[in-house]
Design a protein. Sequence first.
Length: 333
Amino acid sequence: MPPNQRGIVDRLAPSRPAGTRSTGLLAVALPCTLWGAVGLLVRQLDLPAVVIADLRLVFASLGVLLLGLVRAGEVRLAPHGHWQRLALLGVLMAANWWLFILAFQLTGIGVTVALSFSWPLWLALSAHRLGQERPRLATMLALGVSLAGMALLAARGGHAPAARDLAGMAAALATSVLFAVSLLVSRSVDAALPSATLNFWQTTIATAVLAPFAVLGRGGVLDARSLGILAVLGAVMTGAAGTVFVLGVRLLSPTEIGVVSYLEPVSATILAALLLGEDPGVRGDLGIALLIAAGVWVVLRGGGGDRPVLSQPPASRRRPGRRRRSCSWRRRS
């Protein structure tokens, strides 16, 4: 591997696992199921997308800060040595949420979530290209089944989209790329930095990035009801759930994260059908079935996570007398 690419791999190497695989699966599954309700809440707000995104992030950072006050040490106000990556994560989060909420306003909830969930493909391809992991065939097949299910959900309407829908689809697709990049960056932050600290600083920085655009784009109705919805979107959906998700990201491989995270589009589609009357149809039902089957397959595999590529040679190949350097990955059985 060229030296310049080796440097990229070292910077993106995930932090050392701080828990078990089952903990990681639960930490990803719970927030993703909860996030299925985001589109429904956004539809209840009569505000520009950038205003919703910024106020949501305000409540998110306040919620995570409150966690730090309740559990001392969870939020560090001076995370030395991580400012550059935290700033990058904040910018990515700002763009991601702005485009994601805009997509909800321009096109259907199912279509938005379906297209935004092409991110596991970009994540898996990037991780493989950078040499971070060697995916097992079974997990890659599960990812392929998941993508097929998402394609069925996206095409369930059976008609060509209008210009407004095309704009929403483009915004949703852009969020998938941004989210994949943010996951790679967040995995590189040292494990000594609590997930609450990481989530606090990226939401705070994202709030500052969006603030000027929110002031310029202000409008709509901001009453007590809207503030309540924004508080749920921010403190619960982004603050608390986002902190748990960051923990799960550190414990699972990119492909595992991608497959288990498909619980979000399943949840979003079911809620939209029950509460908004969005009928997924035969294609949508088949897509949901494929997504659930892929997720259950990965969980039942137990040790079916991707095998990381060790950056150090086997012990038998090391020269005697040389100090053994720790590896950023630990092989899972």
